[in-house]
Design a protein around this ligand. Sequence first.
Ligand SMILES: Cc1cc2nc3c(=O)[nH]c(=O)nc-3n(C[C@H](O)[C@H](O)[C@H](O)COP(=O)(O)OP(=O)(O)OC[C@H]3O[C@@H](n4cnc5c(N)ncnc54)[C@H](O)[C@@H]3O)c2cc1C
Length: 508
Amino acid sequence: MRRRIAVIGAGHHGLVAAVRLAARGHDVLVLEAASAPGGAVRSAASTLPGFTHDICSGFFPLTAASPAFGDLDLALDWVNPPVAMVHVLDGEGEEVALHRDLAATIDSLEACAPGAGVAWGELMRTLWPHRHALISAGLSRLPPLRDGATLLARLRSRALELAPMALASSASLGRGLFGSDRAAAWLAGSGAHADLSPQAAGSGAFSLGLNFLGHVVGWPFPRGGAGRLTEALVTQLRERGAEVRCANAVAHIEARRGRVAAVRLAGGERLAVDAAVCTVSPGPLLSLLPDGAFPARVKERLRRWRYGLGTVKLDYALSAPVPWPGPRAREAGVVHVGGALGELVTSLEQAGDGRFPDRPALVVGQHSLHDGTRAPDGQHTLYVYARVPQQPELSDDEVAERIEERIEQFAPGFRKLVLARAIRSPAAIEAENPSLRGGDLAAGSCELDQQLLFRPAPELCRCRTPLRGLYVAGAWVHPGPGVHGVSGRAAADALLADQRWRVRNAVR
Ligand SMILES: Cc1cc2nc3c(=O)[nH]c(=O)nc-3n(C[C@H](O)[C@H](O)[C@H](O)COP(=O)(O)OP(=O)(O)OC[C@H]3O[C@@H](n4cnc5c(N)ncnc54)[C@H](O)[C@@H]3O)c2cc1C
């Protein structure tokens, strides 16, 4: 039976859900508050004409690995740099590289700390035969019964040895594996993509997972910009007869007899619907819900939802590539400007204490080195973000000054190359996308108490909600942030399964 379904939010989770629902013949309308679709997957000429910047997400290992994208035949040309990531340790050219090629990564780690490469090689060779089961278990709906059981059966006795790694901090995991703080910094730097200090429980699994994916699928990105991924999803949506309406914020969800009945837009228009998939995070979601939609306990959990560190994002137009002293950094897709392990810890801890870090840990992207469409000939883009307090005490110019000083320490001569820059503070990120409250790129802290069943609550983590006909998806729903579409697809599947059940029962 054809149903009218509203999808609230045209981020990638909303679009993945909408494509799946439209493919089953439903009447799907995606409602988006912003003037363009994509949410945190967009590109823009934010600095100068001719420069294309990924204004939020810039690297897509999770997309490449995700089963939710596996069966979407998206028309995209992927760029996959052989050197996925380099962690720069100082301004003298000391660096450790994550190559897609395992042997090259082993060499890089060995050069940094004898024995570290061998240890990484052993761990990767242990995990490699189970890579598909590991990815399925990590990127699936809860509980991952089938994938988890497959994994346990395959790993057998080694499971007990490896399981503690899932809980360890990246600092202790790195030190234990490599016996060296310098090599441990390479591992822990990947945790700066989330809001996890290298000393936070669970940060080890996050860093290990990201670096492991570097070998399995690389850290690729779409040629032409992240926005191409959104365009490809919107094209699929339209081919299936669905529609995206931008500049149409949803202000309220209406219920009748305990079931979703309509959505009301900020402009006052009321659209009758049979079901809705909401992808906006708990802060804005609470203001959309009708009275009594959720039990008080669930509402309280959403009210107490903890957004993580803020993010500042900078886009640069450069006259030449960044002059890193180390050769691998000059060819890497991503450079972690993190320095020593202690510096990484201090940066995340200062941010957690509400202070703008003295020496911020930076995630730096060099798309134009590998994708000539991003900048005019000979010129380059640079993508930079740092995890910072939600309300930094510094002005945008002071923030940019602090960040440029940090890059200059690791790549002397950088400043001379800057043609233009665009900066977005945590407040600006939230203003553009209210789902990213406080500029938290993950729409909710990634600390352990907000993971699995508790992302965001046992009643919602499988995408169903206590209000019949309302489903949830997004970075704040298990398995969390990143461009993988898992909860978007899971919400659509839950809706389709409930729909089949209702139709069967109506017929009986
Ligand atoms: C700076 C930054 C860098 C990142 N880097 C990476 C990366 O390199 N790789 C990676 O995998 N992930 C990265 N991420 C995280 C990733 O982009 C997000 O986790 C993911 O895109 C979230 O998708 P989503 O669909 O859940 O929500 P979003 O993309 O946040 O979409 C939510 C949408 O809902 C809309 N909305 C909000 N309120 C309403 C309303 N009332 N009515 C209608 N619409 C509404 C918003 O405008 C938005 O378009 C990054 C994020 C940021 C911010």
